[in-house]
Design a binder for this molecule. Sequence first.
Ligand code: TSJ
Length: 663
Amino acid sequence: MERDYGAKDIAVLKGLDAVRKRPGMYIGTTGVKGMHHILWEIVDNGMDEVLNGYGNSIEIEIFKDNSISVTDHGRGIPVDIHPTEHVSGVELVFTTLHAGGKFNNKNYSVSGGLHGVGASVTNALSEWLSVDVYKKGTKYNMRFASVELKNGEIASGAKVQELMTEPCDPKIKGTKVTFKPDPRVFGNEEFSFDTIAKRLKELAFLNGGVKFSLTDNRVVGEGGRAKVRKFCYDGGISDFVLHLNEGKTAKYNPPIYIEKKQDKFVVEIAFQHTDTYTESLFSYVNDIPTTEGGTHETGFKSALTKALNDFGRAKNIIKEKQANFSGEDYREGLTAVLTVKMQNMQFEGQTKTKLGNPEVKSIVENLLTDGIKDYLNKAKKDVIDAIYEKARVAAKARESAAKAKSVARNLNNMTSSALIGKMANCSGRKPEFNELFIVEGDSAGGSAKQGRDRATQAILPLRGKPLNVEKKKIEDILKNDEIKLIINALGTGFGNEFNINNLKYHKVIILADADQDGAHIRAILLTMFFRYMRELITGGYLYIGMPPLYKITEKNKIQYAYDDEELKKILETVGRNYTLQRYKGLGEMNPEQLWETTMNPKTRSLMKVSIDDNAEAERLIVTLMGDGAELRREYIFEYADFNKVDTLAEATKKAENKRNHAN
Ligand code: TSJ
């Protein structure tokens, strides 16, 4: 598709070329994440149309060449000529950077996409983009491409086809945008079905009743057809709470749901208490997750505490001589999803995922205090009883937790205790260089102590299974010897008293067998770190050691394989006279082998544990460690190979260099 480029075009294209020169400024990265970012720009625009009340579904389709289409069934992007820009609305949307909000007049009140940079950025970073608008019996089509000019430069997102029209069925309405991310920008990255499905599922929960579908033409599903997934939750965020609480025992049903509006500001909350002891609050602003919280969360928490204390006093549930319950008491075992829709949101925090607008605290607090009180005044007695009973028990536990704190402090004084005798510390005194191996079993622990680098590697052998902390109160957890050992070794304290600055080892490495028991031990330890020492994970200090599964000996040459694929590759290179040993556990390795394969920083493999998605991690831990045996069976069935995909690690992490020889 060739054409001449005149001066008038260059002026129009200038903005988009800036995007191509510095993609990072607009989409963060040019990796796989950035490629999905340019998809979200388009999806957000379609969502805006749905949220304005036009059309009730969004379809996404991935094609074999890594192009992708997004379709809505709304009014269609305006095709008429813009009064001052003198080009069609469609052309403006894809060729103008949204910064100035050129079309914030009453004709084109585009909100600009929630991620903020607009559809023109997607166009600028695409090899080609095609837009179809279906309106009143006419189908319009316009195309853009990033084409190489004679001088070798690239004209980004240039119009290569004027708005074409043809008649269509007047019943068809909406906008369809198809584009192919430019490999010159994104290399060979591909769209991920799971990433897109996860976000669509989240959007489906956050926008109850809206239908989403995802079709993947790259893979063939059942019956030789493309793989399709659909998401729609009529219950909205109440369904989200039920989903998060699957596997927990709820104190009442259904979840409590409140929606309140004030001018253009909308707040929605759904919550439900369970018999667990931790609080899980997930919050969003304009469908964007606010993982660091912010003023909306603060407002909700104040509202919940205030409404329950006021109501409790008014109804004499909290007696005259009794003290008010604390916010923490009311939130023990609480699962809640909070969303606000607002204008001019401001993000702060380390990862810009914290809502900063100060006015939001009091708006949310006032709206929800009223909302929760109204709810309580009409609520069934069972629900009210369940909430205050939970708070009463929590308040009692808080008193004993005060005692537990002194237990935690005393941990620092137990260096002389018999327990610590098992641990082999390293001689180096620089935490940044030191590593702590938490090793399953005394025999592997023994090998690790002999094989290690004494200067930097400390060994903590665990005998038996550590305590499963899920569903245990903090004071009981802190009575457990193995846990005391770990806390003491790390030096950080625990729970509310956790302080990452005191961490004595900047790599904490869990080393367990590659079998069911080992997977269970990993899961238990990960659960404890997730619940009570989360910064160990978010700070990037926690790792999983990867012992080899096979040893291949050929004459004097020994090779190790860490998975079946690697085994296959090695076996292709060896002759006929070899012996193959499958390691059943770490204990089968002698100290030299353990050092060589699993501990030596130059040759080992480590998997860094990280939390990709708080809601998913939360659900997974509840599934694997909580009391829902049925759900657990299903989960393990779904991820049948319990060892290869270390279930909990796999879902709570992003394997950073799965075979990280370079670390
Ligand atoms: F981002 C985008 F441009 F690529 C895009 C826009 C992508 C997708 C999938 C959908 C859309 C889109 C835009 N769908 N619907 C609209 N609607 C409008 O732009 C529109 C239509 C009519 C009026 C009006 O006032 O009559 C106003 C607007 C903003």
